[in-house]
Design a protein around this ligand. Structure first.
Ligand code: BES
Ligand code: MN
Ligand code: ZN
Length: 498
């Protein structure tokens, strides 16, 4: 699917389909109004006959309208004008793209990108439109023998802007939206892959392929390297698995060499059985998504490299399975992390923090400007925030604020949760420096508190994506979140967000 930008009158477009919006109740948008006038009031007439009233999600395809140069016109219902905001905008784009895919139109010209969204400008609308369009056509069917192929899929989409003076900014925003969507799609696919395919070595190969494509430095540390580094916590998780663990380190350098890198750490548990503290059987298949943090940071790296962002970005992925077995770690085991701090493993299912703590200590050695870890870390975060907001924790108020703002603009939102010292005592162990679990309550917070003990020397934020990284139920699948949030954060940091 290819995108382009244009400015012009809807009646003058020689396109297979021109797409315009209609608000409830039968209120035409500016572009629809222009078409209606060119067609001698035909659209208004059709709407008055009751064929469409503008309800969100509704569509109406019209053929052969007089006074226009396009083959078809697609009317997309936008709902009530007063309630038309970010979510409704993206939903309208999605509806348009899905419908167009079924009409057999080869190309389309979308005037929906001219519909105002409160507090958001043209660049925002174009960026979001590109993201939503790609998102709508994403498929994961590589394991289906019979794919439900689209007969004549939509190939070319033109987004319009009101004024010619906006074209340059819109082009840039389109490239950004495209890159973010591509990064999200990569993250979704890595997440959706079954755990017998997407194991730690597969993640390492994916990272290597990405590094080759963009000419990035890539280092894969093997078990013996982890032993030499003293990563006792990471290795404890890997000890039950037959698949070898990998520590994946990929660096994109878009800024001067002496500029400290932004480091993204992604939890890469390719399957989480819970280990000896075995999880119940119900929905355990969803624990293949326990590497969605890894997928998101790899997707973000892809997008940043694609856009040649002026930033130094390093991605670290500790990858392993969490399996039971004769060599698996036991509740009660005490291990020494790379930082030297000792940990009593009271629950082998609290494995994410164990591999992350060593990855964070490794990150410290690279002299980061800041570190953000992304992890499907706790069921407690899902209880707290559901699948709408990502849990955000940080040891710097400004970093938390910037990430919240980025999530807000991207419409991939996070919610700030506390990291107060008062919670730290829940991690007390009678035998070691700390326990790996903090008791029944406040599980998302105690997990973050655990990580904070390994991030004292640098600005750090933790994104708990346990609720947002994938969907359960009938449309089960990875979401690609929080690639949009991370990319908006990086774009803003590079002064590229308009
Ligand atoms: N990967 C899980 C977290 C998870 C669970 C994410 C369910 C999404 C849905 C993590 O490794 C885990 O098992 N956490 C435990 C921690 C507990 C033992 C302190 C949890 O949340 O139950
Ligand atoms: Mn677990
Ligand atoms: Zn896990």
């Amino acid at each position: 699917m290819e995108f382009s930008i244009k400015s012009g009158s809807p009646a003058k477009q020689r396109s297979a389909c021109v797409v315009v919006g209609v608000f409830e109740a039968r209120k035409l948008t500016v572009a629809a109004e222009m078409l209606d006038r060119a067609a001698g009031g035909r659209i208004g007439e059709i709407l008055r006959h009751g064929d469409m009233d503008g309800k969100a999600g509704s569509t109406l395809l019209l053929h052969g309208l007089p006074g226009t140069l396009c083959d078809r016109i697609l009317l997309v219902g936008l709902g009530k004008e007063k309630e038309f905001r970010e979510k409704e905008f993206s939903a309208a784009i999605r509806t348009a793209i899905r419908t167009l895919n079924d009409t057999g139109a080869f190309d389309a010209c979308l005037f929906l990108t001219e519909v105002p969204v409160r507090k958001r400008g043209t660049a925002w609308r174009i960026r979001q439109a590109a993201m939503a369009a790609r998102d709508a056509v994403y498929r994961f069917d590589q394991f289906k023998s019979r794919k439900d192929d689209v007969r004549r899929p939509l190939r070319k989409i033109t987004f319009t802007v009101e004024r010619r003076s906006e074209l340059a900014a819109a082009e840039a925003a389109m490239a950004q939206g495209n890159a973010i969507a591509e990064g999200s799609a990569l993250a979704r696919t890595l997440g959706n892959l079954p755990p017998n395919v997407c194991h730690p070595s597969y993640l390492a190969d994916s990272a290597r392929r990405l590094a080759d494509e963009f000419g990035l430095a890539c280092e894969i540390l093997e078990r013996h390297d982890l032993e030499a580094l003293g990563m006792g916590a990471f290795l404890a998780v890997a000890s039950g698995a037959h698949q070898p663990p990998k520590l994946i380190v990929v660096s994109y350098r878009g800024a001067p060499d002496d500029e400290a890198p932004v480091i993204l750490v992604g939890k890469g548990v390719t399957f989480d059985t819970g280990g000896i503290s075995l999880k119940p059987a119900a929905d355990m298949d969803e624990m293949k998504f326990d590497m969605c943090g890894a997928a998101a940071v790899i997707g973000t790296l892809h997008a940043a490299a694609r856009l040649s962002l002026p930033v130094n970005l390093t991605v670290i992925v500790p990858a392993t399975e969490n399996m039971p077995g004769g060599n698996a770690s036991r509740p009660g085991d005490i291990v020494t992390s790379m930082s030297g701090q000792t940990i009593e493993i009271l629950n082998t299912d609290a494995e994410g923090r164990l591999l992350l703590c060593d990855a964070l200590t490794y990150a410290e050695r690279l002299g980061p400007a800041l570190v953000i870890d992304v992890a499907t870390l706790t069921g407690a975060c899902v209880v707290a925030l559901g699948n709408i907001a990502t849990g955000l924790f940080s040891n710097r108020e400004t970093l938390a604020r910037d990430l919240l703002a980025a999530g807000d603009v991207a419409h991939d939102r996070a919610w700030h949760l506390p990291l107060w010292d008062d919670y730290q005592e829940l991690l007390k162990s009678p035998f070691a420096d700390m326990a790996n679990v903090g008791g029944r309550y406040g599980g998302a917070v105690t997990a973050a508190c655990f990580l904070s003990r390994f991030t004292r020397k640098f600005p750090w934020a933790h994104l708990d994506i346990a609720g947002t990284a994938w969907k359960s139920g009938s449309d089960k699948g990875a979401t690609g979140r929080p690639v949009p949030l991370l990319m908006h954060f990086l774009l803003e940091r590079c002064g590229r967000l308009s």
